[in-house]
Design a protein around this ligand. Structure first.
Ligand SMILES: [Cu+2]
Length: 607
């Protein structure tokens, strides 16, 4: 990774790249999913008719006043924002599921494409729901290029059904099939995963709900599930680095904030949220504005005298937690991991350059080294050893090279042109391989003087003399995340969301009904109707990247939608990148909520 100022901004911008460069909804990135498995983001889609379950009254269209919602105890289908459910067929009284391990191209945020491993076209895998006492058969097919198996985490099932390769069963080879079958007498929030450690970090995890024979009391009106995962992804790289000990993409149900679909709740409802975690970190999950009681763990429901109030629940690795609360207070309440680095996207060694003014705190020689990617030499070499990851400051010289933004060193390095250069780092190498916004000045969205939407850091030499500046960024992109579930959020809301962050929107009844109508209308739309408003974008090509399928375009205002900026856009037909070169004037169609260039036309060929 280059270490000049531009690359600093590239790194800053790479956080934005996930936001800015976009493509269509996840469904198009994945294998076709049967209608029954469509992501369940709304009660209308989530409430499948499963035996032993009934719809929550609040979702049936019945209007009620806040606080007056009642329901008898019943098992509700769990709503998994942004994730599908796995359907079963009943075969001689056995619930039979077909689970398929496979490579899945997914999107953590619009444009942040990831080639992970999951199940049935989904990362994490689709949620499986059964009832206590069910006989369950899982026909498991391995479509991965290597052996695997499925471990049923926490299940009390026979040894040969445990999915522990070597001990209980042989590995399932590529193309192979294994049939798991067991009777489930437990109840609670469980999960399934590959027991190969590296495959776990490629995404092979899914939630498994066992509904109790005797529904829990007090009854809840909404029952949500969230799968917690973490990933190491270099900018412009789609394959997770499973060797890394540092994680820069944090997901709830396979999405990072602000792309996580909010959980919608009518004021007065009682809400259950189930969380499972499988990764390298424990995540303290915090809910704003509400106390909750922790009612269950990975071993199921706890008796009421063991419940205790919290507003942050630590979900350790391999654990499940269930909490419940009465949604008394109207608000768009954040639910998020409270580890500071888990509230950002594409977080890498950004703090490195910032922290070292002259002799600084060692935080890694660069983004790649910090994430365990070594291009030359080895990780314990003289150059890399001391500065590897979170080192001890022994490689301050190396570190200083990465710092030309802050403090006296930055002033010294500042050339007559007002830009900084670093000896030994050829910025021209960046061309064509950095499909990210190429200048922070271009990031402003419409309403450029609007404090809700303005972004920083601005390039202000005076501020850069202040130790520690800059720390945080503000990169709202509300337009990218338009969907009914986000309807009515305060302007700039998306700037507040990153990483493991989602919302529990406790809505007054009228507003809840209004949004649910929008959600349901969208669910009923045909793909053609769902096509958002289109705009024409005209600009000059700055770089073409066939490897990422992106075109960096400097363009003017996109009438009625987006301000002028330079940014890397995916194109709908990557093949056509062969016919485009830097300098070309192009015209393309873009659609709201989708930052992909469609129908790209070369207006004038560049020299
Ligand atoms: Cu966390």
């Amino acid at each position: 990774m280059s270490t000049d100022r531009r690359s600093f901004f590239t790194r800053l911008a790479s956080a934005a790249a996930g936001l800015w460069a976009g493509t269509r909804a996840i469904a198009q990135q994945q294998q076709p999913v049967p209608a029954a498995q469509q992501p369940a983001t709304a009660p209308s889609a989530a409430h499948q008719n499963m035996p032993g379950m009934t719809m929550p009254q609040s979702a049936s269209g019945r209007t009620s006043t806040a606080g007056a919602v009642t329901s008898r105890a019943t098992n509700l289908p769990v709503e998994m924002p942004d994730l599908p459910k796995l359907r079963y067929k009943l075969v001689d009284g056995v619930k039979e599921f077909n689970l398929i391990a496979e490579v899945v191209r997914t999107e953590f945020a619009p444009g942040r494409l990831v080639d992970a491993w999951g199940f049935n076209g989904s990362v994490p895998g689709p949620t499986i729901e059964v009832n206590q006492g069910d006989r369950v058969r899982v026909v498991f097919d391995n479509h991965l290029p290597e052996m695997t198996a499925v471990h049923w985490h926490g299940f009390e099932v026979p040894m040969e059904m445990d999915g522990s390769v070597g001990l209980g069963q042989d590995p399932v080879p590529p193309g192979g099939r294994f049939v798991y079958e067991f009777t489930l007498n437990q109840a609670g929030t469980f999960f399934y995963h590959s027991h190969f450690a590296m495959q776990e970090m490629m995404g092979m995890l899914g939630m498994f709900i066992m509904h109790p024979k005797e529904p829990y009391t007090p009854a809840v009106h909404r029952d949500f599930g969230i799968v917690i995962q973490e990933w190491a992804l270099l900018a412009n790289n789609t394959v997770p680095n499973t060797l890394s000990m540092e994680f820069n993409w944090l997901t709830f149900n396979g999405k990072s904030g602000p792309a996580c679909t909010p959980m919608l709740v009518r004021q007065g409802e009682r809400v259950r949220i189930r969380l499972v975690n499988l990764g390298m970190d424990h995540h303290p999950i915090h809910l704003h504005g509400n106390q909750f009681v922790v009612t269950g763990t990975e071993a199921g429901r706890k008796p009421q005298h063991l419940w205790f109030e919290e507003n942050t629940v630590l979900v350790g690795v391999a654990q499940a937690r269930e909490f419940e609360f009465d949604a008394k207070y109207v608000g768009d309440w954040m639910l998020h991991c409270h580890l500071p680095h888990h509230m950002m996207n594409q977080m890498a060694s950004m703090v490195g350059p910032v922290m070292s003014s002259g002799r600084g705190l060692q935080t890694g020689a660069g983004m790649e080294a910090g994430m365990g990617i070594v291009r030359q030499g080895n990780a314990l070499s003289e150059e890399l050893g001391p500065s590897f990851g979170r080192g001890l400051g022994l490689a301050a010289d190396v570190e200083r090279l990465t710092s030309n933004l802050v403090g006296p060193q930055a002033m010294l390095d500042r050339g007559a042109s007002g830009t900084t250069t670093m000896p030994g780092h050829d910025m021209s190498q960046m061309k064509g391989q950095a499909p990210t916004p190429t200048g922070h000045e271009g990031h402003n969205m419409p309403g450029q003087t609007d404090s809700a939407m303005d972004m920083y850091p601005k390039d202000d030499p005076e501020k850069k003399k202040i130790p520690g500046y800059p720390q945080d960024m503000w990169m709202p992109a509300d337009a990218m995340f338009q969907k009914p579930e986000n309807h009515g959020l305060r302007k700039g809301w998306s700037g507040a969301m990153g990483g493991m962050m989602t919302l529990v929107r406790v809505l007054p009844p009228e507003k809840y009904d209004e949004i649910m109508q929008l959600v349901q209308r969208k669910a009923q739309q045909s793909p053609e109707e769902r096509k958002p408003a289109g705009h024409v974008l005209v600009g000059t090509v700055e770089a073409v990247s066939e490897s990422t399928g992106k075109l960096t375009v400097k363009h003017g205002n996109v009438e009625g939608w987006m301000g002028a900026m330079t940014m890397a856009y995916p194109v709908d037909k990557p093949d056509m990148l062969k016919r485009i070169k830097a300098g070309d004037q192009i015209k393309a169609n873009v659609y709201e909520g989708d930052f992909t260039l469609h129908d790209v036309e070369v207006m004038q060929s560049g020299k």
